[in-house]
Write a protein that binds this ligand. Structure first.
Ligand SMILES: O=c1nc[nH]c2c1ncn2[C@H]1C[C@H](O)[C@@H](COP(=O)(O)OP(=O)(O)OP(=O)(O)O)O1
Ligand SMILES: [Mg+2]
Length: 202
């Protein structure tokens, strides 16, 4: 596995919630972190049908465009009773002509479960694939996951995306209600990040 030896990294994401969380995870390493927007990059189309495929598109695009190592995150929530949906299409479910509407996407998720009369607990997992790519085309991938259940109604003001309807196993609060520092200890993103640190940062 290739080690990260530089002191600068581009976060190949346009999601403010993710950027905040990954900046917190990277903070102890003394790396200068910039975002795709800082470099004036647009969002590449996520045309693959896997988290890994889309993570690679985003990281390679940013690494080539900036000449710096780039870290991307492709993530989503997979609901068991919906055969893994929305999964890779989690962000797409929130898309509207006026931007993303996650309240609508969460309602759609819950309504589909209701329509199926899905049994409780309505188990689900958040998945995260991180891709660290170098300008020469090399990359390393790391996969993380956290199991839990989808609940209703939405609860909590922290986090982003689908956090208000996801209760991780072992807790009775949603990610939206959880202290951000706690989420950073145990989320799908934290899980993948720990593997990145073990593989590339030691
Ligand atoms: O911790 C999370 N808490 C709540 N929701 C989450 C989380 N992690 C991913 N999600 C949801 C929302 C996000 O919009 C979608 C990922 O879609 P995904 O394409 O990977 O990210 P994105 O388009 O928002 O930003 P970008 O591609 O620029 O990194 O899954
Ligand atoms: Mg995206």
């Amino acid at each position: 596995m290739r080690k990260f030896t530089g002191d600068q990294l581009v976060m190949a994401s346009h999601n403010k919630g993710k950027l905040r969380e990954i900046a917190a995870l990277l903070a102890p390493f003394g790396i200068k972190v910039s975002s795709a927007a800082d470099h004036g990059l647009d969002e590449p189309e996520e045309t693959e049908s896997t988290f890994a495929g889309n993570a690679r598109i985003k990281a390679h695009y940013a690494a080539k465009a900036t000449g710096l190592p780039a870290l991307s995150d492709d993530s989503g929530i997979s609901v068991d009773a919906l055969d893994g949906a929305p999964g890779v299409y989690t962000a797409d479910w929130a898309e509207t002509p006026n931007g993303r509407d996650f309240a609508m996407a969460m309602e759609k998720t819950w309504n589909l479960l209701e329509a199926k009369n899905a049994p409780f607990p309505r188990t689900a997992a958040f998945n995260c694939t991180l891709c660290l790519a170098w300008p020469d085309g090399h990359d390393e991938l790391f996969v993380g996951k956290v199991d839990g259940q989808v609940v209703w109604p939405m609860r909590g003001e922290h986090g982003f995306g689908y956090d208000p309807i996801f209760v991780p196993n072992g807790f009775d609060i949603t990610f939206g209600e959880m202290d951000p520092a706690k989420k950073h200890e145990m989320s799908h993103r934290a899980d993948a990040f720990a593997k990145l640190v073990a593989g590339c940062f030691d």
